[in-house]
Design a protein around this ligand. Structure first.
Ligand SMILES: [Zn+2]
Length: 390
């Protein structure tokens, strides 16, 4: 899909590079900038007079930034839960068990239907500037259904995550340990060829710390990277477990104790906040300021799923993080780009520096402040993946 020849994008009013070498704030911003793309990669970046290239796009003073790295989504599922959402808005509380509704619909859906829905959502994510999206299984919860949902996810992304430990499926009621054994054994073996990561939902109503540890250790022994759903619905052991196991990311982090913050700040585990979930479940928002001031690394992701966060919009997540989680606009943009890359342990995305993949977003605005200042407004002119407009 890479266009041949070189591409110059010039007259960039503001370029967000996330280049740590540039001492121009956390997002390494440059004014009056240009970018040259060759073979799908960033070849060079500069300011002032631009070099020649085979093709040219005039940014006309607008803002260019790295494509969003959405490090947490559940895009492969059947059905929807609009009625449950409406009931919640009318006063019912969110419970992890609602996932079972989607499990039943996913098991009943043929592959083509699951793929078509996921492609529609991936295209929607592209339109809001997402250029890398992690996709989890977790709505199959049988050996065959987990493997086939991961196979479908693998059609859309390299960042696939086996989440057999999402909830206990109904046929294993009162036999949680038997289900954990299945996840760690036959289900892991069937999913291994299709997954890069393993994840578990460590939460009341899902899996406790020992069960989650067993799942992640089995995944690590099989060669998968580790991530964990932690501290979404209340305080709990998830964040400590994620740090103990060296997970790339602890996701949700809605409830963080002082000890959780100290542990994250002293570790390589990224705290991935999912504020669209807190929005859609009417939970309190986490205070990202506490984590950042302690020296922790934050990412923002959509958690797109039909139950608790049915949005692919990273700009929406940025707006919530700034308004309700005490992040600055620069911090939120960094978290949605370079932070997501860190949560996926990638250094080839989330930045506009030579050698990085040319994943770019051109805004219909001179400033990224508009992500928050003009919430809900379509701001994106073009999304580039590996140098090609998608
Ligand atoms: Zn999730």
């Amino acid at each position: 899909m890479t266009d041949a020849g070189s591409l110059l994008i010039d007259h960039i009013g503001r370029l967000i590079t996330n280049d740590p070498q540039l001492e121009t704030g956390p997002t390494g911003q440059l004014g009056d900038a240009w970018v040259v793309v060759v073979d799908g990669l960033i070849a060079s970046v500069g300011t002032g007079p631009a070099p020649g290239a085979d093709r040219r796009i005039d940014a006309a003073g607008r803002c260019l930034l790295p494509g969003f790295v959405d490090s947490h989504s559940h895009l492969v599922f059947g059905g929807d839960r609009a009625d449950e959402f409406a009931a919640r808005m009318a006063g019912q509380t969110y419970q992890a068990g609602g996932i079972r509704t989607t499990v039943a619909a996913t098991r009943a859906a043929p592959d083509e239907q699951l793929l078509a829905r996921a492609v529609t959502l991936r295209d929607e994510a592209w339109r809001s500037g997402t250029t890398t999206i992690e996709i989890k299984s977790g709505y199959g919860l049988s050996v065959d259904d987990e493997a086939r949902t991961l196979r479908i996810a693998g059609r859309l992304t390299d960042e696939t995550t086996f989440l057999g430990a999402h909830v206990v499926p109904p046929e294993f009621d009162d036999r949680v340990d038997d289900y954990v054994d299945l996840v760690c054994g036959e289900m892991l073996a069937a999913c291994l060829p299709h997954a890069r990561w393993i994840d578990a939902f460590c939460e009341r109503g899902a899996f406790d710390a020992d069960q989650s540890r067993a799942v992640l250790q089995a995944g690590r022994a099989a060669g998968l990277g580790l991530r964990l759903h932690a501290n979404q619905l209340g305080p709990g052991p998830g964040v400590q477990l994620a740090v103990e196991l060296g997970c790339a990311s602890a996701d949700h982090c809605t409830y963080l104790s002082d000890d959780d913050i100290a542990s994250l700040a002293g570790s390589d585990t990224v705290a991935t906040f999912l504020p669209a979930t807190d929005f859609s479940t009417r939970q309190p928002y986490p205070d990202a300021r506490r984590l950042l001031d302690a020296g922790g690394v934050a990412a923002l992701a959509s958690n797109c799923n039909p139950g608790s966060s049915f949005t692919t919009s990273m700009p929406f997540c940025i707006a919530l993080a700034v308004r309700d989680m005490n992040m600055t606009i620069d911090e939120a943009i960094w978290a949605a780009t370079a932070g997501g890359a860190a949560a996926l342990r990638r250094d080839d995305i989330g930045r506009v520096t030579p050698g990085a993949r040319a994943d770019l977003v051109l805004l219909d605005s001179a400033t990224p402040i508009d992500f928050v200042y003009r919430p809900g407004v379509p701001l994106i002119v073009s999304t580039f993946v590996a140098g090609s407009i998608v």
